[in-house]
Ligand binder design. Structure first.
Ligand SMILES: [Ca+2]
Ligand SMILES: [Ca+2]
Ligand SMILES: [Ca+2]
Ligand SMILES: [Ca+2]
Length: 262
């Protein structure tokens, strides 16, 4: 009987120690394991240029803007509005995030002056939860007008390099955002992302979408993730991955010639 009691005590102490260890390990886990419903894995482009020539994006995954957010009862017809977006980065330019957004829209609405009701003019929005805080107060928003000029919310000439090319009803936004640079006049959280530096394996919260406006109002807000724009839960995981997407056959030829010359 004594032996049995001793055995029970031993089992009890082993269990206590194991549980304690599990608690210690889980509470000191160093990385926030962001796991939102959608994930975009951004890969590297080393030959990125903001110039409206989008050939460097050829191999980047495109995601459709087909989820309603703050405005719209049902999805628009493709001729009224359709859109898609891509994301990329480069470890040599780690404070910036690159975007390509391609939109088809039959009517350009630009009825509000700069920095007034920018969400009621056609515009694309990029939103971030840089520190995975998953609360509204942590969110930051960049808004770029379809007139090719207006930078609103956190967007400023300091932190946004962009080219908007328009061909009939088709708009192409080529964009590089730098969260470490000074923010625009309506920044949301002014500090979140100030120390941003992309690296392989980093995950942040992300959403991008379009304010599709016409007839004096915002008819749809539509993008990658369903749910309200300022709902921190309605974001996806944006994960940076070291793989390169470059398409540079000419570069390879040049390298071969250089090797031969040596
Ligand atoms: Ca380009
Ligand atoms: Ca439209
Ligand atoms: Ca405007
Ligand atoms: Ca429109």
């Amino acid at each position: 009987m004594k032996k049995y009691t001793k055995f029970l005590r031993t089992v009890k102490s082993i269990t206590t120690v194991t549980l304690g260890l599990i608690l210690i390990i889980s509470s000191t886990s160093p990385i926030f394991a962001a796991k939102r419903d959608k994930q975009y894995i951004a890969k590297q482009i080393s030959n990125f240029r903001v110039d409206g020539d989008i050939r460097e994006w050829e191999r980047a995954e495109a995601v459709a803007f087909d989820e309603l957010k703050d405005a719209g009862a049902e999805l628009p017809k493709a001729s009224d509005f359709s859109g898609k977006g891509r994301v990329a980065w480069s470890a040599k330019d780690p404070t910036r995030i690159y975007f390509l957004v391609e939109i088809t829209d039959d009517e350009l609405q630009d009825i509000n002056p700069h920095n007034s009701k920018w969400w009621e003019d056609d515009s694309v929005e990029f939103m971030f939860d840089f520190d995975n805080e998953v609360v509204r107060a942590a969110l930051v928003q960049w808004t770029l007008g379809a007139n090719g000029k207006d930078l609103s919310a956190a967007a400023s000439a300091d932190n946004t390099e962009w080219a908007l090319s328009k061909n009939g009803n088709n708009y192409i936004y080529e964009v590089a955002l730098d969260p470490t640079k000074p923010r625009g006049p309506n920044p949301g959280n002014p500090n979140s992302g100030k120390n941003f530096k992309a690296k392989d394996g980093l995950t942040i919260g992300f959403s991008f979408h379009m304010n599709d406006c016409e007839n004096g109002q915002r008819e749809h807000q539509i993008g990658w993730i369903a749910g309200n724009a300022w709902d921190a839960l309605a974001f996806g995981d944006l994960t940076f991955d070291k793989e390169f997407l470059d398409v540079e056959p000419l570069g390879k030829v040049a390298l071969t010639w250089a090797a031969i010359k040596q």
